[in-house]
Write a protein that binds this ligand. Structure first.
Ligand code: DUC
Ligand code: ZN
Ligand code: ZN
Length: 469
């Protein structure tokens, strides 16, 4: 028995073709243009009719935080609920994080996170390794993760002194390890020491409303950290460097500058930085503004960040859109510690909406459908060593999304599947909708109905990306 996707337009990063696609044993068996006769289903075949639809690779969300323990609360989506939401939104692979804290053991942290996710995921999943305490043993252990566990990427923080922060010396050592092994270093690039001064001064002055979360994390301090990370990557011997959640024109300019110098640097942005703003969202005050407290923060709509980020996506200054999905319920979590911007857990939930929100760039003419596929699936798969994901080709995993480019719908807490009591995109009307989602050959979502099950998602061992070596 095969599954045949008929009558659609197959879109990959490098072009589109009106073709039929056959799936057998979880992989793509054949793609045949209809100009060459297409594929005729046999009597036992399951047929998915994609008339009028785009047929695209399943989304790869390379940056999510399911059931993240912040120390005071836990992000509200479990691996199960978060991957159900991801599936509904056309994302068939997620990459979450194991977290080593200062003084902690990397291998134990990794095992703990594996155990938390095990048996829960509906779609395929992988893990990056966060290093919150870079030292000699942590680097030896992290190096061993490539062979041992198929982990090809680490994450470092230039923000959060006293918590996850690495100083420049620690970052250099970790980047040297990455230059040597080919592991990708993801970096949260914000100058945390300077931010802490601004936060302290804002609080002392009584400036505690949600908008001060953004005002105390100015784009200059993001750009400065991007610049520093790029310099350290070069000094380390061209370590593969990936700037997470890039939010500002200022930081983007530093990426462009670093690339022009031959730095092995890539960057992602997130839907919130393409659609939401300091004034319209954080500016809502209490309680609603709390929903929009995330780091890096939302930026001013008067400073061209949105336009620059869309352009950056179009011309490949930005390689990827991930969500940084990190949901917290409004009353019980975001507001639990009181009404001061600095005590609100950081994060926005969006794993379900990434494909739709980036598709709005296609609708508006900012990017092509091919580029949409590239930044949402092909590029993250390529950069993070997910060799069977991110493209519709014979022999690849059959992660396939049938996407209706004309269907209009409204994003809302009333209809989303995330375990979250509000939506950052409440009431937003979008054009384009997921119709059918296939994960390794299984139809897991069809016309809004869920057919997956917890635990069917497979842990993906990764190798270092040859693309960045
Ligand atoms: N950085 C992230 O990548 N995710 C959540 C919070 C943060 O600061
Ligand atoms: Zn971060
Ligand atoms: Zn994150």
């Amino acid at each position: 028995m095969r599954t045949i996707v008929t009558n659609g337009t197959i879109v990959n990063a490098d072009g589109r073709v009106d073709a039929d696609l056959a799936i057998k044993d979880g992989v793509i068996q054949a793609i045949t243009p209809r100009s060459a006769g297409g594929i005729t289903p046999g009597p036992d075949d399951v047929v998915i009719d994609a008339t009028g639809c785009l047929v695209v690779p399943g989304g790869v969300d390379a940056h999510v935080h399911m059931q993240l323990d912040t120390g005071t609360t836990v992000s509200s989506d479990s691996f199960e609920s978060g991957t159900i939401a991801a599936a509904h939104g056309g994302t068939t692979t997620i990459v979450d994080f194991a977290e080593q804290r200062a003084g902690g053991n990397v291998l134990q942290a990794f095992e703990k996170r594996m155990a938390e996710a095990e048996g829960q995921c509906v779609v395929d999943w992988a893990l990056h390794q966060i290093l919150g305490g870079v030292n000699e043993q942590a680097l030896i252990d992290t190096r061993s993760l490539v062979e041992r566990e198929g982990v090809a990427s680490i994450k470092l923080f230039m923000a959060y002194p006293g918590r996850l922060y690495s100083d420049d010396g620690q970052i250099l050592r970790a980047l040297q390890m990455c230059a040597d092994t080919g592991m990708m270093a993801m970096v949260h690039a914000e100058n945390g020491l300077a931010i802490d001064v601004l936060v302290e001064q804002a609080i002392a002055a009584g400036n505690i409303t949600p908008d001060f979360h953004s005002r105390t994390r100015p784009p200059e301090l993001e750009a400065e950290a991007v610049h520093r990370a790029a310099v350290l990557s070069r000094v380390a011997g061209n370590a593969p460097l990936y700037i997470v959640h890039l939010s500002s024109s200022h930081a983007l300019r530093e990426v462009v500058e670093a690339r022009s110098r031959g730095t092995n640097i890539f960057a992602e942005t997130c839907p919130q930085y393409l659609h939401l703003s300091l004034e319209d969202h954080l500016g809502k005050g209490w309680p609603d503004g709390a929903a929009y407290i995330c780091s890096t923060p939302l930026r001013s709509k008067h400073e061209h960040h949105h336009a620059d980020l869309w352009e950056g996506l179009r011309v490949d200054q930005l390689a990827v859109v991930s969500t940084d999905h990190c949901p917290f319920c409004l009353r019980e979590q975001k507001l639990a510690n009181g009404e001061s911007f600095n005590v609100v857990p950081n994060g926005i939930g969006g794993v379900e909406h990434r494909m739709d929100l980036v598709f709005q760039g296609v609708v508006a003419g900012h990017i092509s459908a091919e580029r949409w596929v590239e930044v949402c699936a092909t590029a993250p798969a390529r950069l993070f060593g997910l060799g069977k994901k991110g493209a519709l080709r014979e022999g690849m995993d059959a992660d396939v999304v049938v996407y209706d480019p004309a269907k209009v719908h409204t994003l809302s807490v009333a209809t989303h599947h995330m375990n979250l009591d509000h939506s950052a995109y409440e009431g937003m009307e979008v054009t384009g909708a997921v119709k059918t989602v296939v994960s390794r050959g299984d139809i897991i979502v069809d016309n809004g109905e869920f057919h997956g099950r917890a635990g069917r998602g497979k842990y993906l061992r990764r190798d270092v990306s040859q693309h960045v070596r």
